[in-house]
Ligand binder design. Structure first.
Ligand code: C2O
Ligand code: CU
Length: 588
């Protein structure tokens, strides 16, 4: 009886707190629907540099049936709406699904303290919002500051359903760098001529590679290097002598990207919603899932300059096109016949990728301190591999008739039919297993050439790793060359950002490599590129109880099983435990 009373009081209190809290919380209303009006022209190939004369005015669109199509959008916008909030605020987003596919939305890089309920990954923290249904996400910001983003997290719907989530300093506070004249989101995305949901569905059925994208876009437009209408090429107007903040988001599906602006140098001041020690560079390498805050000063002779981005890709087939936008100086001058293009690193320039990434350091000062775990309670060593699965009569589209797959520690993740969070919270058995291993099942020369075929086949399962509340965790991700398919894998963890304390090429050596860790000012990120045939060591304190997805942010790898789930147990008090579920959960 006493217990019942107590829990009733607790419940009422909880409702009361939620009511009070919700009074000051902004709610955005979003409709996910099929947009037939959005026109991106990708008409004829191969690419031809269009004459520059067209850029100054709206040219007549050259419509081609394959160049326009229906896409899934939020509120009819592509990229989707930008959300601007101050550090530490809360807000709600009601998402109504008027499209024809199931959908969920994820707040990429938002830690959502104690609130996995609104994190979004399909069948991990929720069942999907079905056509006709809706769900209200409660987004809780904490110490994130800078550029993050949001995206759909169900099948491949994120291709067009994504947008910026910009977290300004607290009211009345400034940036740890001079206030820029203006700031501009730069969203890099993939454009597919076909229906993305069908592309991945077909690929998973047939066991082969999904189609590549047909273009990349900057803020929704492919730019002048594609033979399509240039009417919408994104332009950024600048005043000579002023400094601008680019908030760059890599929302691309399957490629890491190099990005440059012709004749201008870049100063990177933040990544993944945390500040870094400024880096001066001519180019950046940004993986899907990452964001970068970059200052650029308009210090060249007033003219037009291209910003451009293309893939950093080392294996197999990839989209090798280049997307552009224009930096245009205000003033009176004769526009160039063709703006200069930046000289981007080569597609396969792994050194260029590494030389940039290795420079990242947390700002780590009094105002923006770091809290790097100096000791470790739980060590995990996780191999990242491409694999194949046997296919009946060798009739699939993978190598030798097999089915393509991928894995972490040789486990290829299988999406359950009830979300892991619900199963965990309600104690429903049979949805997942808790035996995701702390190390790979066998050791071999992970980065060697021509590895034996016996290593090709992974185990399939919905395996999760359970972590104690507040334990210090170190994960070493080890890239492998299984299938001769070594490449860079952008590993992303939900519910946390983590410190990248070390990285290197070849196999991780657990006696010598840790001695070279940076435990002073390592970058704090939510997505890290594990270098091709190399390793990365990350650390974090498991202080956010909940169910958190961890996966490669290359969409085809995630679809093939390069995923797992971390369940972080509750602490001993209610303030160190998961929040109660919201009153409405979407049924499975
Ligand atoms: Cu942007 Cu599960 O990720
Ligand atoms: Cu990957």
């Amino acid at each position: 009886m006493e217990l019942k009373k107590k829990s009733l009081v607790f419940l009422l209190l909880n409702v009361l707190i939620r009511c009070i809290a919700s009074q000051n919380v902004t709610t955005f209303y979003w409709v996910v629907s099929i947009d037939t009006s959005h026109v991106v022209h990708i008409a004829r190939w191969p690419k031809v540099l269009s004459s520059f004369g067209k850029l100054g005015h709206r040219s007549q669109s050259v419509l081609h049936p394959s160049g326009t199509k229906d896409i899934l959008t939020v509120n009819g916008e592509f990229p989707g709406p930008a959300i601007y909030r101050h550090r530490g605020e809360r807000f709600n987003v009601n998402v109504r699904n008027e499209g024809k596919y199931n959908v969920t939305i994820h707040w990429h890089g938002v830690k959502q303290p104690r609130n996995p309920w609104s994190d979004g990954p399909n069948y991990v923290t929720q069942c999907p919002i079905k056509p006709g249904a809706n769900f209200t996400y409660e987004i809780i910001l904490s110490d994130e500051e800078g550029t993050l983003w949001w995206h759909a997290h169900s099948d491949w719907s994120r291709a067009t359903v994504h947008g910026p989530l910009i977290i300004l300093p607290e009211q009345g506070k400034g940036y740890p760098f001079p206030q820029p004249q203006n700031e501009v989101p730069i969203v890099l995305a993939s454009w597919f001529k076909g229906d993305v949901m069908e592309i991945i569905e077909t690929a998973l059925q047939n066991g082969g590679e999904p189609n590549q994208s047909d273009a990349f876009t900057i803020n929704g437009q492919p730019g002048d290097l594609y033979d399509c209408s240039t009417e919408g090429t994104f332009k950024m107007m600048v005043d000579y002598g002023k400094t601008y903040l680019l908030r760059i988001i890599n929302a691309i599906m399957n490629e890491e990207m190099f990005f440059m602006v012709a004749n201008h140098s870049l100063t990177v001041v933040g990544t993944d919603g945390a500040y870094i020690k400024p880096i001066n560079t001519s180019y950046i390498m940004i993986t899907p899932g990452q964001t970068m805050d970059v200052l650029i000063t308009a210090d060249q002779s007033p003219s037009y300059y291209y910003m451009a981005s293309r893939a950093y890709a080392v294996v197999g087939a990839y989209d090798n096109t280049t997307t552009t936008a224009i930096v245009q100086y205000n003033g009176n001058y004769t526009p160039p016949s063709t703006p200069p293009l930046p000289n981007l690193p080569n597609y396969t320039d792994t050194d260029a990728a590494a030389n940039f990434t290795v420079r990242l350091r947390s700002l780590a000062n009094e105002d923006y301190p770091v809290d790097v775990p100096q000791t470790v309670d739980t060590h995990m060593y996780i191999t990242i591999s491409m694999n194949t699965l046997p296919c009946v009569n060798n009739s699939c589209d993978g190598p030798d008739g097999s089915r393509l797959a991928s894995s972490l520690n040789n486990i290829s993740f299988v999406e359950p039919s009830i979300d892991v969070l619900q199963a965990y919270y309600k104690g429903i058995n049979g949805v997942y297993d808790t035996d995701f291993p702390n190390e790979p099942p066998y050791y071999f020369n992970f980065t060697g050439d021509d590895l034996p075929d016996t290593l090709l086949t992974p185990e399939r399962g919905t395996k999760v790793k359970v972590l104690d509340y507040n334990s210090n965790v170190e994960i070493v991700f080890q890239g492998t060359n299984v299938m001769n398919a070594a490449e860079n894998h952008p590993m992303h963890l939900h519910g946390y950002s983590f410190y990248v304390v070390g990285n290197g090429t070849g196999n991780f050596d657990n006696s010598t490599d840790p001695t070279r860790y940076n435990l002073v000012d390592p970058p704090e990120v939510n997505t890290v590129g594990v270098p091709k045939n190399g390793w990365v060591a990350i650390r974090f304190r498991a202080d956010n109880p909940g169910v958190w997805f961890m996966h490669c942010h290359l969409e085809r790898h995630a679809s093939w099983g390069m995923d797992t789930v971390l369940i972080v147990k509750n602490g001993t008090t209610s303030s160190t435990s998961m929040l109660e579920p919201p009153s409405y959960l979407n049924p499975c």
